[in-house]
Design a protein around this ligand. Structure first.
Ligand code: RFL
Ligand code: PHB
Length: 390
């Protein structure tokens, strides 16, 4: 088989890239190691910046988003008993859209099926070859047979544990990493949200987040030690712990019900530079990870993909111009580092670390006071949360 762009991974990065390229007349094939239902079963992001909405518009996949996405003009912070609403619209004239990653992925999968573009699910042992030569190709196994996909370029959209980044010689890459000493226990339930906007909270027992997917579906998170096991968290224990961390006036609005999903995610900051090696381009979680506190992971994936689509469009529609391709990594990394800083700052301010001392506690309070007391502080948070310039 031969294509112009081989895409590794059918997460949001790979599917969005594939759809934009197909709309632009650039042939592409996606290779995914899991099946479609597995990919859809991963419960992850819920907050879209306008750059992500623009990416979905560019891909022509906004019908459901327009009907079901909920614009949020602000969110609430609760810090050791004090509360503050960040009014995005008033402060920076922008909003975010609440719409789940599961729904984004489903919409992109359906749109890809409609145009008849090729996605090969259950592709095992995907291996990238000759990425530093003129004729790269990918091999994979499916139904007991080895197949070969020849291509001009490879887009590594295969997440943090994928094969693409590992294909790049170690001496070419520089990586930067912070691992946090706690995780987030997430729970999804078909109950109405406790508040019309998201609540990011820090209490004595740790961080909590009240998020939502729709008027009838809620997503909640609790900071937990990495030693916690999800089996030890009955629904009852989860609800009790959540309510005990919240302000009493918010806790009384929590509607409880059986969980649809519960899982623990570790928190990590990670960046690899550069994001391109010869014919291979990394996008999304394959190149960088942010802790979820800033709601940035999916949004960074979308901006990488838009830059990469620009680069391929420049190449294929502009006489094989390599300007976009050559500028890809630097263009992405500028935005990536901005989002890394914001996610790291939000994570530090809103979580209790086991080695926090009295000094750290005072610093966190002083950071929060900047939101309460300074319009500039609040504006900076609103600008970062709703999305840095694209
Ligand atoms: P994904 O989603 O990991 O998809 C990669 C795909 O590649 C496949 N794959 C391979 N395929 C073939 N061969 C191989 N060798 C392969 N290895 C892997 C995988 O099966 C998979 O299908 O990466 P992608 O597409 O870059 O998308 C990134 C986002 O998923 C991620 O950044 C966000 O979910 C992060 N995130 C959030 N981001 C936001 O913007 N807003 C949020 O509110 C938000 N909340 C979250 C989050 C992530 C979370 N977790 C679980 C880490 C909340 C949580 C709890
Ligand atoms: C979510 O709804 O899953 C969500 C929302 C905001 C975040 C992280 C996760 O910061």
């Amino acid at each position: 088989m031969k294509t112009q762009v081989a895409i590794i991974g059918a997460g949001p990065s790979g599917l969005l890239l594939g759809q934009i390229l197909s709309k632009s007349g650039i042939d592409n094939v996606i290779l995914e190691r899991k099946d479609g239902d597995y990919v859809l079963g991963r419960i992850r992001a819920g907050v879209l910046e306008s750059v992500t909405v623009d990416g979905l518009k560019r891909a022509g996949v906004t019908k459901n988003l327009e009907a079901e996405g909920i614009p949020h003009d602000g969110c609430k912070f609760v810090f050791n008993g004090q509360e503050y609403r960040v009014d995005f619209e008033k402060l920076v004239g922008r909003h975010v859209t609440v719409y789940g990653q599961t729904e984004v992925t489903r919409d992109l999968m359906e749109a890809r099926a409609e145009i008849g573009a090729t996605t090969i699910y259950d592709a095992s042992n995907v291996a990238l070859h000759d990425v530093d030569g003129a004729a790269p190709y990918v091999t994979y196994e499916k139904d007991g047979q080895t197949h070969r996909l020849d291509c001009d370029f490879i887009a590594g959209c295969d997440g943090f544990h994928g094969v693409s980044r590992q294909t790049i010689p170690a001496d070419v890459l520089t990586t930067y990493e912070r691992v946090y000493p706690f995780g987030w226990l997430g729970m999804l339930a078909d109950v109405p949200p406790c508040h019309e906007e998201l609540i990011y909270g820090k209490s004595e027992q740790g961080f909590y987040l009240c998020s939502q997917r729709s008027k009838t579906r809620s997503r909640y998170y609790l900071q937990v030690p990495l030693t916690e096991k999800v089996e030890d968290w009955s629904d009852e224990r989860f609800w009790d712990e959540l309510k005990s961390r919240m302000l009493p006036e918010d806790a009384k609005n929590v509607v409880t019900g059986p969980s649809l999903e519960k899982s623990i995610a570790p928190l990590r900051s990670f960046v690899t530079e550069p994001m391109r090696y010869k014919k291979l381009f990394l996008a999304g979680d394959a190149a960088h990870i942010v802790p979820p506190t800033g709601a940035k992971g999916l949004n960074l994936a979308a901006s990488d993909v838009m830059y990469l689509a620009d680069a391929f469009e420049d190449y294929y529609h502009n006489d094989h111009s390599e300007a976009g391709i050559d500028g890809y990594s630097a263009r992405c990394l500028k935005r990536v580092w901005g989002a890394e800083r914001f996610s790291w700052y939000m994570t530090k301010m809103m979580h209790s670390f086991t080695d926090d001392d009295a000094w750290d506690a005072k610093m966190k309070q002083a950071e929060f006071n900047q939101l309460l007391n300074s319009e500039y502080g609040a504006k900076l948070l609103a600008e970062n949360y709703t999305g840095l310039p694209y």
